[in-house]
Ligand binder design. Sequence first.
Ligand SMILES: *[C@@H]1O[C@H](CO)[C@@H](O)[C@H](O)[C@H]1NC(C)=O
Ligand SMILES: *[C@@H]1O[C@H](CO)[C@@H](O)[C@H](O)[C@H]1NC(C)=O
Ligand SMILES: *[C@@H]1O[C@H](CO)[C@@H](O)[C@H](O)[C@H]1NC(C)=O
Ligand SMILES: *[C@@H]1O[C@H](CO)[C@@H](O)[C@H](O)[C@H]1NC(C)=O
Ligand SMILES: *[C@@H]1O[C@H](CO)[C@@H](O)[C@H](O)[C@H]1NC(C)=O
Ligand SMILES: *[C@@H]1O[C@H](CO)[C@@H](O)[C@H](O)[C@H]1NC(C)=O
Ligand SMILES: *[C@@H]1O[C@H](CO)[C@@H](O)[C@H](O)[C@H]1NC(C)=O
Ligand SMILES: *[C@@H]1O[C@H](CO)[C@@H](O)[C@H](O)[C@H]1NC(C)=O
Ligand SMILES: *[C@@H]1O[C@H](CO)[C@@H](O)[C@H](O)[C@H]1NC(C)=O
Ligand SMILES: *[C@@H]1O[C@H](CO)[C@@H](O)[C@H](O)[C@H]1NC(C)=O
Ligand SMILES: *[C@@H]1O[C@H](CO)[C@@H](O)[C@H](O)[C@H]1NC(C)=O
Ligand SMILES: *[C@@H]1O[C@H](CO)[C@@H](O)[C@H](O)[C@H]1NC(C)=O
Length: 644
Amino acid sequence: MRTPVVALIALHALLAQGKLNSYSTVAFPPAVRRALPNSPNGYAPTPVTCPSGQQPVVRDASSLSPNETAWLERRRANTVEPMRDLLNRLEIEGFDVNTFLDGNANNISALPNIAIAFSGGGYRALLNGAGVMAAFDSRTENATAPGHIGGLLQSATYVAGLSGGGWLTGSIFVNNFTTVTALRDDTSATVWNFNSSILEGPEQEGIQVLNTAEYYQDILDKVSGKEDAGFETTLTDYWGRALAFQLVNATEGGPAYTWSSIGLMDDFQSGSYPMPIILADERAPGETLIPRNTTVFEFNPFEMGSWDPTTFGFVNMQYLGSNFSGGVVTNDAACVVGFDNVGFIMGTSSSLFNTIVALADSPDLPQPVRDVLAQALTSGGSENEDIADYPNPFFGYNNATNPSANSSTLTLVDGGLDFQNIPLHPVIQPDRNVDVIFAVDSSADTSFNYPNGTALVATYERSQSDISNGTAFPSIPDVNTMVNLNLNQRPTFFGCNSSNITSDNPVPLIVYIPLSPYVLFSNVSTFDPLAFNDTFRNAIIENGYDVATMGNGTVDAQWPTCVGCAVLSRSLERTGTPVPQVCVECFQAFCWDGTLNSTVPATYEPTLRLGSLNRPSSAASGTRWPNSLLLATLATTVALLAML
Ligand SMILES: *[C@@H]1O[C@H](CO)[C@@H](O)[C@H](O)[C@H]1NC(C)=O
Ligand SMILES: *[C@@H]1O[C@H](CO)[C@@H](O)[C@H](O)[C@H]1NC(C)=O
Ligand SMILES: *[C@@H]1O[C@H](CO)[C@@H](O)[C@H](O)[C@H]1NC(C)=O
Ligand SMILES: *[C@@H]1O[C@H](CO)[C@@H](O)[C@H](O)[C@H]1NC(C)=O
Ligand SMILES: *[C@@H]1O[C@H](CO)[C@@H](O)[C@H](O)[C@H]1NC(C)=O
Ligand SMILES: *[C@@H]1O[C@H](CO)[C@@H](O)[C@H](O)[C@H]1NC(C)=O
Ligand SMILES: *[C@@H]1O[C@H](CO)[C@@H](O)[C@H](O)[C@H]1NC(C)=O
Ligand SMILES: *[C@@H]1O[C@H](CO)[C@@H](O)[C@H](O)[C@H]1NC(C)=O
Ligand SMILES: *[C@@H]1O[C@H](CO)[C@@H](O)[C@H](O)[C@H]1NC(C)=O
Ligand SMILES: *[C@@H]1O[C@H](CO)[C@@H](O)[C@H](O)[C@H]1NC(C)=O
Ligand SMILES: *[C@@H]1O[C@H](CO)[C@@H](O)[C@H](O)[C@H]1NC(C)=O
Ligand SMILES: *[C@@H]1O[C@H](CO)[C@@H](O)[C@H](O)[C@H]1NC(C)=O
């Protein structure tokens, strides 16, 4: 985020100053209609009459929504055959998959309930996560061959994403549950084309015939349109529009595509694929730093809201943007549709702007950059430019506990700013009864941008605090232990022994899958580079595939079987089924056994597991704040603005 933010901040400041308000009209080719561009006025939200007799209300979070409950029945039933195929392929010796599944056919809730969670971490997280997603997806070529684990995605109930992981989740589900390989290989459009950066906009080929000036102009037009419709806009609007050009497979980044429309897709409705969920954190009024116990919000295809005991409510996603007060929309005319733009939601989840606000004071930055940043940030006219603004659906709701109860806007920021950089929160909710979570971690924790378990520790600690509200999480060791025991270098299971956990609620098994170099050093920093050639992009994806499969079983031939054992673990327990001997061995090999070594480790610098793809890596440096890049970006921005 760091570099485009500079451009967007400058852009926003200039816009606010009225320096950029006359543009000529650009003619666009007719929109390509694929999924559901159902916002009547494109990016601008539209007031509509509320459905008669059914004004939207805030639902309290004490249960799943009726929509989700109904959907789950269809989805869980549809996971049985993919799970049968997967478990049979994984060759769990001494375990009769068909007998087990058929024996529990009348009680699907006895069978494994699987979730997958993709962490944040900018383009690194998008692409490493993509490799893992491809490995989990039975539609990927060879993903069902021996040594591979394809079919896990088809067996899963939930897929959660946050920030860069939210881009991945969004891009797959917004585009009609397409595949990673289709997005990677798409040449018909500019989707997943990172040859030119988000600052330059799409290349002039495919369906998006915009040059950079037109690209900026289009973004500005769309955001002004939302403002003209009477809605607050912030940097996140520009950011979300820009991201959508890269992630949404439609003309102009699909300004009319809504998150709630995912819920209307036939294949989603019938339970043919998992439910996507994206996360964001609340920045309560008056806060600049996000505390570890901040309220976490989720966006699922039906609803937006929070399970936390603070806000503890959900609203219908379709009517997000409506004028709620005290938990109801009182005025018939106060319903709004089209606020839940897919780019805006992906942008919200990756809204790290308050980090750059803090950065503006950093002595690490050259003075001229600080001056420009400071000017851009203050001339925006509001200290609240650095977040995503939502008309607050929870205004006057749960006044005693809701931090934003008195605020007409709800301000949301990047879902990882509370350190829970893996979106585990929605899938550890007791009402969802998840048995096993494949937690894909592409966080940049160490000085060379590798994960060290910080995200797991944050979720574990939160589960022990006042805000946990019934969520339970396995014990997680300190980050030094993670590194000393190599738990961040290869997949590790946490919470294998469920009887070691004291909770009245179900505790999922965590299958931690940290980014690690197999064939490529894919530890590029979060937003540097901003542009990737196709070769490098594909290599990060390929490395991610190896991260998930341990090199298709070449690093550990037992691994694919152990994935099957992890899937089955809680279900075996629930049904009183003996644990097969191979699984006992898997748990010995992959479970964290409680050992600690909290000595501060030496700098973590892993080597390639499987030799090099013979491509030079740009990831050798541990620099987190590439000043020269910031400066270059700033220069580019100024040049671009001059063009407008
Ligand atoms: C979505 O994908 C499914 C399966 O590939 C296909 O049958 C359907 O027509 C697609 N829907 C749209 C709107 O593209
Ligand atoms: C799939 O496997 C076949 C046979 O081993 C191989 O020729 C082909 O290149 C593989 N495809 C991919 C995408 O790895
Ligand atoms: C993108 O949209 C085009 C045009 O509808 C379609 O041909 C292509 O398959 C889509 N790509 C992906 C990855 O869904
Ligand atoms: C949610 O449930 C309501 C009530 O049954 C129904 O009218 C609506 O269509 C459902 N929404 C979706 C997206 O399925
Ligand atoms: C969660 O929080 C809500 C609202 O404060 C409360 O009513 C409920 O009992 C809590 N649930 C648990 C399991 O603590
Ligand atoms: C909750 O707060 C709102 C906004 O401050 C106020 O209008 C409302 O009366 C309060 N409701 C209750 C039940 O206290
Ligand atoms: C782990 O990551 C955190 C940041 O997330 C960092 O502050 C800490 O120094 C790291 N520790 C180790 C041992 O890598
Ligand atoms: C969050 O943590 C702070 C500081 O420990 C505490 O004062 C506050 O009550 C906590 N909030 C919630 C909702 O648990
Ligand atoms: C594993 O399989 C994937 C997909 O076929 C391939 O891209 C990757 O290179 C393979 N990895 C190894 C180590 O063979
Ligand atoms: C078992 O529980 C104890 C107490 O919570 C904890 O310290 C320990 O790390 C746990 N062991 C494992 C392997 O999770
Ligand atoms: C703990 O980890 C350090 C590496 O940081 C290692 O040198 C030491 O031997 C380990 N201690 C034990 C008891 O394994
Ligand atoms: C692609 O990018 C990588 C990493 O920046 C670079 O090393 C490589 O030379 C580039 N390849 C091409 C064909 O430009």
